[in-house]
Design a protein around this ligand. Structure first.
Ligand code: IMP
Length: 424
C-alpha cells in the first residue's frame, strides 16, 4: 500500500517499533507524525537492540526517515540518538526534519516536572520530557520551531521573548531557578549548526514520494487511548496519535492514506496514572510484567498489565478506521493456563456495554465483564508460520478478529524481526 499508517491501538507500548521495522523493509519513507521523546521504540535487528525516543525507527533500515511538523523535537535527544547511530556504524543521513515541528526548550522540561510535582496525588504521570508544555506553547502560538534554528537572530529574539514569561512562572509560581538567555541561545545555536542539514520541506517531500508511487509508512507514537481528544483525558499525551492526525502531522490530505494498521498487544499495559478496567490482579500482573519486560523505555517505570480489552480495541477500530491489526507479544502469555478477555464493560447503573463510554465518570467506574479462554501453555519459539501456532493460540487470534471485524494480519511471537508471523 503506498501510504500506510501504523497506530498504537491501546495505551502505547504495543510493540509498534518492531512492526514499523518490519514494514519499513518494504517502504521507501518512514515518517513520524506526532509526539516527541516521550515515545520509546525498541527495534532488535540481528541480535542488536536499538532504542529510539525521537528518531523514526525506519532509520535502522537506512530508509528516508521523516520527523513531521506534528512532532515536538528535543534537539539534545535527537542529536544524541544520531551520534549513537553513527557510533554503531549506521548513517544519520536519511533523517529529514520538518521546519514546522516545534522545539522542546529547557523550560518545557522544567515546567513539566514542576507542574507534576505541584499536582501531587492528582499528577498525570507524564514522562517529564516537556511534551505537554511544548504543545501548549504551540497552541498558544508562542512556540519556537525548528525553522527558527536557521536564523541565529530570530532564534535569540524568540528565546528572549519566551524567557520574559517563562522565567516569571519558574521563579514566582514554582520557586525554581530562571534560565539565562545567553546560555540557552548559545546551546541552541550549537544544535542549529548540526541540525540545519536535515531541515526539509517534509510535506513536499512526502507528497512527491506518493506522486512517484513510492511506499510511505506513517508511524504514530504512543497509542489511541493516550490521544488528547479521544483518550482517557486528562491521563493522555498532548498530541493526537490517532490515524487521522497522520495527515495533519505530515502535511498530506486524508485521501492519500490507503491503509491503517493498528498494533495491539495480546494483553494490555498502561504507564502512569488513570483508570484501567481490565487491570490484572496479583500475582499474574507481576508475572506478566516480568515476562514481558513491561518497564518504560523512556522512564524505566513499571507498566500496569491488564487482560486484553476488546471494548477499548473496538473503540480503536472506530477512531482509526483500522484496516488490519498486528497482535504482538502472544508469547508472553504462554505460561498461563487460562486467559481472561474483557468483552464488555459493566456500568455503575448495572447495564453492560460493548462500546467505550463517552463520559469519563462511566469509564472511571466501569467494571470489566471477563470471559475465560484456554491458554496454550507452551512456548511459541518454534512457530515459523501461523499454522504452527497451538490451536488455543490460533483461537485467541480468531476471537479478536471476530469480535472486532478486522483481520489480524500479523502475529508477534517473540522479540526478533523473524518472530512476526503473517496471516492470510
Ligand atoms: P507525556 O506524553 O509525557 O505528557 O505523558 C502523558 C501520558 O502519556 C503519561 O501517562 C505517560 O505515561 C503516557 N505516555 C507518553 N508516551 C508514552 C509512550 O510512548 N508509551 C506509553 N505511555 C506513554
Amino acid at each position: 500500500m503506498p501510504a500506510t499508517v501504523i497506530v498504537g491501538a491501546q495505551w502505547g507500548d504495543e510493540g509498534k517499533g518492531k512492526i514499523v521495522d518490519l514494514l519499513a523493509q518494504e517502504s521507501d519513507l518512514v515518517c513520524r507524525y506526532q509526539g516527541g521523546p516521550n515515545a520509546g521504540h525498541t527495534v532488535i535487528v540481528a541480535g542488536e537492540t536499538f532504542k529510539f525516543r525521537q528518531v523514526p525507527s525506519g532509520i535502522v533500515s537506512g530508509k528516508i526517515s521523516v520527523l513531521g511538523n506534528g512532532c515536538v523535537v528535543d534537539p539534545e535527544v535527537l542529536l544524541g540518538e544520531l551520534d549513537d547511530l553513527e557510533a554503531r556504524g549506521l548513517s544519520a543521513e536519511p533523517l529529514r526534519l520538518s521546519g514546522n515541528a516545534h522545539l522542546i526548550m529547557p523550560w518545557h522540561i522544567a515546567l513539566d516536572g514542576a507542574s507534576e510535582r505541584r499536582l501531587g496525588k492528582l499528577q498525570i504521570g507524564t514522562t517529564r520530557r516537556g511534551i505537554g508544555p511544548a504543545y501548549a506553547d504551540k497552541a498558544a502560538r508562542i512556540g519556537i520551531r525548528v525553522q527558527d534554528l536557521l536564523d541565529p537572530k530570530i532564534l535569540r529574539q524568540k528565546i528572549d521573548t519566551a524567557l520574559a514569561e517563562k522565567n516569571v512562572w519558574l521563579e514566582r509560581v514554582y520557586e525554581l531557578e530562571p534560565f539565562d538567555l545567553d546560555e540557552v541561545a548559545t546551546r541552541y545555536e550549537g544544535y542549529a549548526q548540526r541540525l540545519r542539514q536535515y531541515v526539509t520541506d517534509t510535506s513536499l517531500l512526502v507528497d512527491a514520494a506518493l506522486v512517484a508511487g513510492k511506499r510511505v509508512l506513517l508511524e504514530g507514537a504512543q497509542g489511541t487511548l493516550l490521544d488528547l481528544d479521544h483518550g482517557t483525558y486528562p491521563f493522555v499525551t498532548s498530541s493526537n496519535p490517532v490515524a487521522g492526525a497522520a495527515a495533519t502531522g505530515i502535511g498530506i490530505g486524508p485521501t492519500r492514506i490507503d491503509a491503517v494498521v493498528g498494533v495491539a498487544k495480546a494483553y494490555v499495559t498502561r504507564v502512569g496514572a488513570g483508570p484501567f478496567p481490565s487491570e490484572m490482579e496479583e500475582p499474574t500482573a507481576s508475572e506478566v510484567r516480568e515476562l514481558g519486560q513491561e518497564y518504560g523505555t523512556v522512564t524505566g517505570r513499571e507498566r500496569r498489565p491488564g487482560w486484553l480489552d476488546l471494548v477499548a480495541l473496538r473503540y480503536a477500530v472506530r477512531l482509526n478506521g483500522l484496516t488490519s491489526l498486528a497482535l504482538t507479544k502472544l508469547d508472553i502469555l504462554s505460561s498461563l493456563q487460562e486467559l481472561q478477555v474483557c468483552v464488555r464493560y459493566r456500568l455503575p447503573d448495572g447495564s453492560e456495554t460493548p462500546d467505550f463510554p463517552a463520559h469519563q465518570s462511566d469509564f472511571h467506574h466501569a467494571r470489566p465483564v471477563l470471559e475465560t479462554v484456554p491458554g496454550w501453555g507452551e512456548p511459541l519459539d518454534a512457530c515459523a508460520t501461523v499454522d504452527d501456532l497451538p490451536p488455543p493460540a490460533r483461537a485467541y487470534v480468531e476471537l479478536v478478529e471476530e469480535a472486532l471485524g478486522v483481520p489480524v494480519e500479523l502475529v508477534g511471537t517473540g522479540a526478533a524481526r523473524e518472530q512476526v508471523l503473517a496471516r492470510g
